[in-house]
Design a protein around this ligand. Sequence first.
Ligand SMILES: *Cc1c(COP(=O)(O)O)cnc(C)c1O
Length: 343
Amino acid sequence: MIVNLISDTITKPSFKMLEAMFSAPVGDDVFKEDPSVNELEQDLALLFGKEAALFFPSGTMTNQTAIKIHTQPGEQIICDHFSHIFNYEGGGVSFNSGVSCKMISGDRGRITAEQIMESINPPDFYHSPKTSLVCLENTTNKGGGAIYDLNEIVKIRELCDKKKLGLHLDGARLWNALEVTKENPKQYGELFDTISLCLSKGLGCPVGSVLVGSKKNIKKALRIRKVFGGGMRQAGYLAAAGSYALKYHRSDLNNDHKKAKEIASTLKNCLYVNEINPVETNIIIFSLKKQYDEVSFVEKLKNKNILIMSLGKGKLRIVTHRDYTDDQHSYLLKTLPKIEYYA
Ligand SMILES: *Cc1c(COP(=O)(O)O)cnc(C)c1O
């Protein structure tokens, strides 16, 4: 038994999900003739109160497409210094859109309207890049699954309207946030110009991400997706996994959150732990006391068939997911307090 807590992307489709994929009606999605893709896109547009949606092979491509929609080369976008779009998309913002990032040091990946206000370059000052887009992330990845306060997003929207800036949400794990806050997805649809949503994280699909937005923006996205090489043919087999997960897996995210909180409480009592970030969803970020080295700690867990990730700079990450079983959970909770004795 390997307990893999590296990421919530490691899940494999259940038999029932595979059945839904097997039996999906399909067509050529590049001609927009795949009924299963069209259905998923329509359902998600409706769920978020947006006019349209577009299916993508990855969250990276969805975010990169959104940034391309909202910007021109030479412009600048505003994001948190922890953001996925800056740290983990291979420099795509500069490669694909030719824009730079103005980084804000937020609270576990979350930035405020006030911080954004201070980061907007004066539009008439032609020496500095023109600010055109604000990107938020909810929940935050590198910030340890932190959830945004919707009231802050309302303020950010007002600021973006006033300053004529686009507002994009990297909602790779928005499902986790919504499961906790019980907010209506339409509240998010109202506030953002575009939202990218991952199906291959907590929802457990093998592949897939969706961008929601206005008809005009999704029309632009269709062209950009083609340019990025993301036009897929019988993609309905993949979209069917997404429709299945939206129906049957969303409420299961609660289990991941509950287990994450239990892991955090166990870690709190482990002598080697220095600090644990507040756990709001399915990500636990913690650090070790000075005398413990994180690389050898990860190695010790590995010897016990438990896989976790080192984030560098003394930080470690555990992510719970739907393939992390109750038995694995009991084993982990039992093993964690004993780890230091294996030194
Ligand atoms: C996973 C993730 C993405 C998309 O990643 P892909 O691996 O390309 O699907 C985007 N943003 C955040 C915050 C993520 O965690």
